[in-house]
Design a protein around this ligand. Structure first.
Ligand SMILES: [Zn+2]
Length: 256
């Protein structure tokens, strides 16, 4: 750990210990160096583009990973105010990867297709649970006005289209829309699992309350820009005016 670059150079040529060369054969092919005795050793990462960058695991990971274009729905799932466990579920939801019974039967497993554990009549499928199900739709209808999504019917395609349209927006009502959909999906999915795998059961009114309380707590951690529409949001969510921004560049700022 105390070796310096100069220790590995003799008479202008590399002099790597054999054990190092055996382990990292590329050392043999390094061009010779001219040492600057004034300069301190430092660790750098040479990127794929050939740029020397200050070494950090972030820089290395960002350089070696396979980059793809950002998915158009990325900001529906990940945004600064997102609640992490809700974001994780939303990721599965937008990719339609949740393990509903219809999905599992597609893997060729010999499942008897179970009915929805929430309403005990519909199928246990993505389309049904989010939120055509009579139970899940009560929950959606109980929260959608709070998200300024009163006109969005209880089906995932319409909800997703709305969110996609406003995915990049920083307006308070659009951020709240993403939070409300994320929380609703999370708690509906949790209730579906509880009923399938345990004896726990909550009614729609309980779940609506849990969702709204969760969002209200999240909103308490944010700062809002002073506008008349934000005043409406504060009233709607019974939030204190102390959440209005003093400085324009406060973290988590929301604007309308
Ligand atoms: Zn159902």
């Amino acid at each position: 750990m105390s070796s310096t670059v100069a220790d590995m150079v003799h008479n202008g040529e590399w002099a790597w210990p054999n054990t190092w060369v055996n382990r990292f054969p590329a050392l043999e092919n390094l061009p010779n160096v001219v040492l600057n005795s004034e300069a301190q050793d430092r660790i750098v990462w040479r990127s794929r583009e050939g740029a020397d960058m200050e070494y950090s695991t972030y820089v290395v990971w960002d350089d070696i990973r396979q980059m793809q274009d950002q998915a158009p729905w990325a900001r529906i799932v990940w945004f600064p105010q997102a609640i992490p466990r809700h974001a994780f579920l939303m990721w599965f939801l937008v990719c339609k990867k949740l393990k509903t019974q219809d999905m599992m039967s597609r893997w060729g497993l010999n499942y008897n297709l179970m009915c929805c554990s929430l309403c005990m009549s519909g199928p246990d499928s993505h389309e049904h649970i989010f939120f055509k199900c009579s139970f899940a739709s009560q929950i959606w209808n109980g929260v959608r006005d709070k998200a300024d999504m009163g006109s969005i019917e209880e089906n995932w395609e319409d909800i997703f289209d709305y969110l996609l349209q406003h995915a990049e927006s920083n307006r308070a009502n659009h951020i709240i829309g993403k939070l409300v959909v994320g929380a609703t999906a999370y708690f509906v999915w949790q209730e579906r699992n509880n009923r399938l795998f345990s004896t726990k059961k909550r009614n729609a009114a309980n779940l609506i309350e849990v969702i709204l309380t969760t969002i209200r707590m999240k909103l308490h951690t944010m700062k809002f820009k002073r506008t008349s529409r934000v005043n409406q949001v504060l009233l709607e969510w019974k939030l204190p005016r102390a959440l209005l921004m003093v400085k324009m560049n406060a973290a988590n700022k929301l604007q309308v």
